[in-house]
Design a binder for this molecule. Structure first.
Ligand code: GTP
Ligand code: MG
Length: 264
């Protein structure tokens, strides 16, 4: 009987053992799921982080626009922003803009944002398409349009030139190897319009390797830009974020305002 009883309990024990095993299995499964969820959480965090960065960049861009263009008066600019995302095939028929062109990395965005804020402001990313900035001075409002300098965006340069009030061409004075390429593009652009005023920014003058103004004048063959054209060359630099822009950039801004007013 005892044995029988014992035998009778064996399957019970077996059941309990099995149950124990199953529960353990379930626990392990649960842990696995938790682990996966955690991982997912981490990935989400990563996404949020990069979104955070995007957000920062967007905010930086908006600061310039908002500062220079008080809210409520930005209807035209909003339309431009649409153009930022999807470059239109034809330039919009609207006010003439001051075009800011030059090879990628020359410093167009940095110069433009610094002029807008009167404070040095380094760009944090290459311009993917268009960057419209409106600058209000005491007695004028200027619309600037930068078009990205990377290869895919260069085809838009000439397209927009016909609607340009004047051309600001920015070069990296220290990028000696690409000055011939910059020269080629500059001469192609101005070749289509013999009177369009030209303002050249020989940027990155802070760099030791930078060519000085006279060398840039020669490297870009600026003596060949045509007698009927107003042409100016400034040595510029965008150095410490937040510092006041150098007086030469202030002078350039004043001159641009004058030229733009003359052309309207
Ligand atoms: N040292 C130095 N760096 C500069 C100067 N101006 C711009 N930079 C840096 O050069 C890099 C390119 O500047 P951007 O303003 O983005 O150049 P961009 O011409 O707008 O380039 P795309 O938008 O790609 O056509 C950034 O890292 C800037 O911080 C300058 O005067 N001196
Ligand atoms: Mg840019």
């Amino acid at each position: 009987m005892e044995k029988g009883k014992k035998k009778g309990k064996e399957p019970e024990k077996e059941k309990i053992r099995e149950k124990g095993k199953e529960e353990k299995k379930k626990e392990v499964e649960k842990e696995k799921v938790k682990g996966k969820e955690k991982e997912r959480g981490r990935d989400k965090g990563k996404g949020e982080k990069s979104n955070g960065k995007e957000e920062e960049k967007r905010k930086e861009r908006e600061t310039v626009k908002e500062k220079e263009h008080p809210k409520g008066t930005t209807e035209e600019t909003e339309k431009d922003n649409g153009a930022l995302a999807r470059p239109p095939l034809e330039p919009p028929e609207k006010n003439k803009q001051i075009l800011v062109l030059g090879l990628d990395g020359a410093g167009k965005t940095s110069v433009l944002h610094s002029l807008a804020l009167n404070r040095v402001q380094h760009s944090v990313a290459p311009t993917q398409g268009f960057n419209a900035v409106c600058i209000n001075t005491e007695d004028s409002q200027m619309e600037f349009l930068e078009i990205g300098g990377s290869e895919p965006f260069r085809s838009y340069w000439e397209m927009y030139l016909s609607r340009g009030l004047l051309l600001i061409f920015v070069v990296d004075s220290a990028d000696h190897n690409r000055l011939p390429e910059a020269k080629k593009h500059l001469h192609q652009l101005i070749g289509t319009n013999p009177i369009l005023p030209l303002v050249v920014f020989a940027n990155k003058q802070d760099l030791e390797a930078a060519y000085r103004i006279t060398d840039i004048h020669e490297a870009l063959a600026l003596s060949e830009v045509g007698n009927d054209r107003k042409m100016f060359l400034f040595g510029t630099q965008v150095t410490e974020n937040g510092s006041e822009i150098p007086s030469v950039m202030q002078d350039a801004k004043d001159l641009i305002a004058h030229l733009a007013a003359d052309m309207q």
